[in-house]
Design a protein around this ligand. Structure first.
Ligand code: SAM
Ligand code: SF4
Length: 335
């Protein structure tokens, strides 16, 4: 098959050239919105893709048109062989990126540079150390904050992911934007999304509309400039006049961007998910281990992709626990 065989095109005309690969289900943080307090049952080690298997599967996707790969998790850098995976994937003709909590990223700066990684997304949900501890159930605020500065000093393009939760960190929206006055970062405010075991409640979600109302209260209206979003961008981008950085909103709940979706997801145990919100999974790893072609499974999974949010096309459906709780916890999907 060739790039023109369109196994990565779905029935709604969307081409998928972006693959997000979760390297592990494990994490050194315990974010409340990502995983249940009791933890999650981990897949046996033998069910997790080896670095060679990750490379082989990624190569198949690249053969069919994937041009961007983002590594995620769990915490991708918690995997001992993360540097080998990065080096192997860097040999493919793709833009390689990573989403990380940055707790240990200082140990990986040289590898990230050698592998040509330019874009790094770091999760940081509060600028207050106590609140950080509360949401992540771990005490690493100083480490993460100083590592963000280290990444900037080393020339990486840094986006900071902030999941907003009502009455917890929504009072920090303006403070986060103030960071962009002197730092060349992009703050991405993310609407809180429902997954299995994360105690989601629509009332805890801070919507795009509310975020912008807060922004307009905190800054002069004329200083808030809407930027042009990149093609397939999931975020709506803004900048405060004269500031070095920018900010954005990812509104998967109130304003889904499914029409231009170009993403597929591979979980650490080798399951292909055609949508973040879909509970359906297609087992690529078992087929690969049986020595068979994974291409027919990729094609079938891509063709089966729903038009909107894994079939939960209305807010009412998204709020239905029977529907959204069939999906894995975010930590085992890879955001
Ligand atoms: N451990 C890495 C990190 O935290 O950046 C990578 C994995 S994490 C699952 C990827 C992204 O998903 C993070 O930015 C996290 O904030 C986001 N995320 C997790 N659960 C979420 C939820 N319920 N709603 C919105 N975003 C969520
Ligand atoms: Fe770990 Fe990232 Fe999930 Fe937090 S959001 S628990 S850092 S995987």
């Amino acid at each position: 098959m060739t790039k023109n065989s369109k196994i990565l095109q779905d029935l709604h005309g969307r081409n998928h050239n972006y693959l997000r690969i979760s390297l592990t289900e494990r994490c050194n943080l315990r974010c409340t919105y990502c995983m249940p307090a009791t933890g999650i049952p981990l897949s046996p080690k033998s069910h997790i893709m080896s670095f060679d298997e990750i490379y082989t599967i990624a190569k198949t996707f690249v053969k069919h048109g994937v041009t961007k790969i983002r590594l995620t998790g769990g915490e991708p850098l918690a995997r001992k062989d993360a540097h080998i995976i990065l080096e192997k994937l860097a040999s493919l003709p793709v833009e390689l990126a990573i989403t990380t909590n940055a707790v240990t990223i200082e140990k990986h700066i040289d590898t990230l540079k050698t592998c040509g990684i330019k874009h790094i997304n770091v999760s940081l949900d509060s600028l207050n150390a106590e609140k950080f501890k509360k949401i992540t159930r771990r005490n690493y605020f100083e480490k993460v904050y100083s590592n963000i500065l280290l990444l900037i000093d080393n020339g990486f393009n840094v986006k900071v992911n902030v999941v907003l939760i009502k009455d917890f960190n929504d009072d920090e929206i303006v403070d986060f934007i103030h960071l962009t006055k002197t730092l060349p970062i992009n703050i991405q405010f993310i609407e809180f999304m429902p997954f299995d075991g994360n105690k989601w409640d629509l009332r805890k979600m801070v919507s795009y509309k509310t975020i912008m109302e807060t922004v307009y209260k905190g800054f002069l209206n004329n200083d808030v400039n809407r930027l042009v979003d990149a093609p397939n961008d999931t975020s709506k981008n803004y900048k405060i006049k004269g500031y070095k950085g920018s900010f954005a909103i990812i509104s998967s709940v109130t304003n889904p961007f499914c029409d231009s979706c170009n993403r597929l997801r591979l979980t650490a145990n080798g399951q292909l998910k055609n949508c973040l919100f879909s509970s359906a999974e297609s087992d690529l790893l078992t087929t690969l281990r049986e020595g068979k072609s994974i291409e027919p499974i990729i094609k079938k999974a891509t063709h089966a992709k729903f038009k909107v949010r894994g079939g939960m096309d209305t807010l009412e459906k998204l709020q239905e626990p029977k529907l959204h709780s069939k999906n894995r916890s975010m930590i085992t999907i890879g955001g």
